[in-house]
Design a protein around this ligand. Structure first.
Ligand SMILES: Nc1ncnc2c1ncn2[C@@H]1O[C@H](COP(=O)(O)OP(=O)(O)OP(=O)(O)O)[C@@H](O)[C@H]1O
Length: 323
């Protein structure tokens, strides 16, 4: 069922530069969470800290009772095997075929025979829709295919946790929809906890079970998707609706003069909350909660038009992963 990651009081500085302070959140086991935030707020640093590549100054990251922050050497190496990481560009080796790229972690970290390696590579390449492309080099395929090859490689050790950094960077909207559908389908099929960093608002609004927002050196909010999409909190509201009116300026925070100039301006109404992206074969999502359930249980009236299929914002992508 994936594993829970409990982050508490996490603080990271590079020299005198504070990146974020006192970040506390729990990524629920087996659910998809999305992490948002203006550029430079430390989202990639957060992913690298979770996997133990960057050491924070304060705080803890508990996974299966172990604190990643305090692990060293072999113990850290062992716990890293729980993770699959997809970096922005897929981070493939340019001189290796896709087969060898995907096989790499198996050859490095396991003692499997070449026959077993081949079986796993074929299975994962099929899962991401890359069957037939095994002999291609990364330079011979599209950006969307490179992302999916990177994803197949992240999956070969059957991770409990998948960390995915900006899967949509450099992809057109259709391929972004395909890769989002792939995440939702994968999440329903494999037992892993997903954390996706993205700048794509449609992805953030439709794909996850939970959303977090980093802003101004702290975690502004983290919680169920409907909580953030119905939130009136100015930073959350501005970011999730991609608006210029609000506290976030071109260079992060607006100054007092800029905010004063906006003071008379009426905020646009919150747009309807879209339906969550379903799996392509309509089997239930792993953390299926039902549209509007969080709002109802918490006494929140969602914006008018929410959860209507006409406003779903669900991309018209239903079958396969042919990007
Ligand atoms: N190893 C490092 N040493 C020093 N500073 C670093 C290091 N890694 C990241 N930083 C700094 O940390 C800050 C946050 O960077 P990060 O890449 O995590 O931001 P981000 O939110 O992912 O940005 P974007 O959305 O633009 O990708 C930046 O100012 C960056 O220069």
């Amino acid at each position: 069922m994936g594993v829970e990651i409990a982050v508490s009081g996490l603080t990271k500085q590079f020299g005198s530069q504070l990146i974020w302070d006192d970040v506390t959140l729990t990524l629920p086991a087996g659910e998809i969470s999305v992490l948002l935030g203006p550029s430079g707020t430390g989202k990639s640093v957060f992913l690298k800290t979770l996997v133990g590549l960057i050491r924070p100054e304060k705080g803890s990251i508990l996974i299966e009772g172990q604190d990643i922050v305090r692990l060293r050497g072999d113990d850290l190496y062992e716990i890293r095997k729980l993770f699959g990481v997809l970096f922005q560009d897929g981070a493939l080796f340019g001189s290796m075929t896709l087969f060898d790229n995907v096989a790499f972690p198996l050859r490095e970290h396991t003692r499997k025979s070449e026959k077993e390696v081949a079986a796993i590579v074929h299975e994962k390449m099929d899962l991401v829709g890359l069957t037939g492309a095994e002999k291609k080099l990364p330079g011979e395929i599209s950006g969307g295919m490179r992302k999916r090859a990177g994803l197949a490689r992240a999956l070969v050790l059957d991770p409990e946790i998948l960390l995915i950094d900006e899967p949509d960077s450099g992809l057109d909207p259709v391929r972004t929809s395909y890769i989002n559908q792939l995440f939702v389908d994968l999440n329903a099929q494999i037992d892993a906890t997903f954390l996706i960093v993205t700048h794509d608002i449609n992805t953030a609004r439709t794909v996850p079970d939970n959303i977090g927002l980093l802003y101004h050196k702290h975690l502004a909010m983290f919680g169920p998707r409907e909580m953030l999409l119905s939130s009136e909190e100015p930073v959350v509201r501005q970011f999730l609706n991609a608006q210029t009116v609000g506290p976030i300026g071109m260079s992060e925070e607006k100054d007092a003069e800029e905010l004063a100039a906006e003071s008379g301006q009426e905020l646009p109404p919150l747009p309807p909350i879209p339906l969550q992206l379903p799996t392509s074969d309509r089997t239930p999502r792993r953390a299926e909660r039902g549209a509007g359930v969080w709002c109802r249980d918490n006494g929140i009236t969602p914006p008018p038009g929410s959860f209507a299929s006409t406003t779903a914002g669900v991309p018209g992508v239903r079958h396969g992963v042919g990007a």
